[in-house]
Design a protein around this ligand. Structure first.
Ligand SMILES: [Zn+2]
Ligand SMILES: [Zn+2]
Length: 118
């Protein structure tokens, strides 16, 4: 079966968005944030082959990085829009410690930590 995946991206303003298969497409264009159009500064690849999610950062881990949650704008513009949640941008090392494996039956399994716990 061919590779299928997506990435969880953070833009420099701390917005979280997903992009399908950017890494495997090897596109030279860095994905841009749909909220503020800034480029992605760090991303977490998730392997979705065989309907599994390998390496996903689940919502409850993302919540630990959240600075402010999303809300519907109150600026009086004619079409209401969502002001996106803002996250503290994680380091590569932090990302490595927030990754999970989610098989088809849906139960999350945390990756074994690479560092020895003390
Ligand atoms: Zn953004
Ligand atoms: Zn508005």
């Amino acid at each position: 079966m061919s590779y299928e995946g997506h990435e969880q991206h953070f833009c420099k303003n701390g917005h979280l968005f997903t992009e399908d298969d950017w890494m495997s497409r090897a596109s030279i264009n860095v994905p841009k944030c749909p909220y503020c159009q800034e480029e992605s500064v760090i991303c977490n690849p998730v392997d979705d082959t065989n309907f599994e999610s390998y390496g996903i950062i689940p919502d409850f881990e993302l919540a630990k990085l959240m600075i402010s949650s999303s809300y519907e704008c109150k600026c009086g513009c004619p079409v209401k829009h969502i002001v996106p949640a803002v996250y503290r941008i994680p380091s590569r090392d932090e990302i490595e410690h927030m990754r999970y494996y989610q098989p088809d039956d849906g139960e999350l399994i945390k990756f074994i930590k690479l560092k020895k716990g003390k």
